[in-house]
Design a protein around this ligand. Structure first.
Ligand code: E4P
Length: 217
């Protein structure tokens, strides 16, 4: 399973990529807006740090505009993956971008019907938003399960990228269900590593070691 970091914050990207286990980055317009820097500058800065897929989202809502943005992004760096919203115009753009070999991440996905259409149009990644479904009392993980099953049934090559992750269980359950990727906010990546019993156990070992040290000649 691949892990992407879901942030546009360069300090966080530098910090957490040093820990290993991360394979790429996803951004969206809201994450870029928090950074007070232009999209192009930030994406190029991320590309200097990260040797893996970097998702960059279009903001046009018509197919021609999306295609123009996507072609521009794809020239910034070989690792760029263009995020396309799952709307009718996005589907039209996706078909053309797939034919051109531009890597895509279909975003704002909330149903299996959307997932099938994206796969049939050659999406590289598909981002079902599990947290936002949970937020409205639906079942985000059930959607991951449905999509993974459907993609396996028909051998669709589109990778399932669990997005809108809210807590470590979303990551674990995505792994159990066979999602190809989870994109994880920095605070949740950190929570995946921490366990209170690890900290408690280490403290006990180190305290006991102090006693052993006193015995050494
Ligand atoms: C990533 O690609 C998505 O844009 C992101 O995971 C959305 O997360 P949110 O629902 O917490 O905004």
């Amino acid at each position: 399973m691949q892990f992407f970091l879901d942030t546009a914050n360069l300090e966080d990207i530098k910090k957490y990529f040093e820990w290993g286990a991360l394979d790429g980055v996803t951004t969206n317009p809201s994450l870029i807006a928090k950074e007070g820097v232009s999209l192009e500058k930030r994406i190029k800065e991320i590309a200097e740090v990260v040797d893996g897929p970097i998702s960059t989202e279009v903001v046009s809502t018509d197919a021609a505009g999306m295609i123009e943005e996507a072609r521009k992004f794809a020239k910034w760096h070989k690792n760029i993956v263009v995020k396309i919203p799952m709307i009718e115009e996005g589907v039209k753009a996706l078909k053309i971008l797939s034919a051109e070999g531009i890597k895509t991440n279909v975003t704002l996905v909330f149903s299996s019907g959307q997932a099938i259409i994206a796969a049939k149009n050659g999406a590289t990644y598909l981002s079902p938003f599990v947290g936002r479904l949970d937020d409205i009392s639906e079942d985000g993980m059930a959607l991951i399960h449905e999509i993974v099953t459907i993609y396996k049934n028909y051998d669709y090559k589109t990778k399932v990228l669990a997005a809108s992750i809210r807590h470590p269980r979303h990551v674990i359950e995505s792994a159990q269900l066979g999602a190809d990727v989870a994109t994880i906010p920095p605070a949740i990546f950190e929570k995946l590593i921490k366990h209170p019993l690890t900290d408690k156990g280490l403290k006990a070992f180190l305290d006991d070691w102090e006693k052993v040290k006193k015995l050494q000649v």
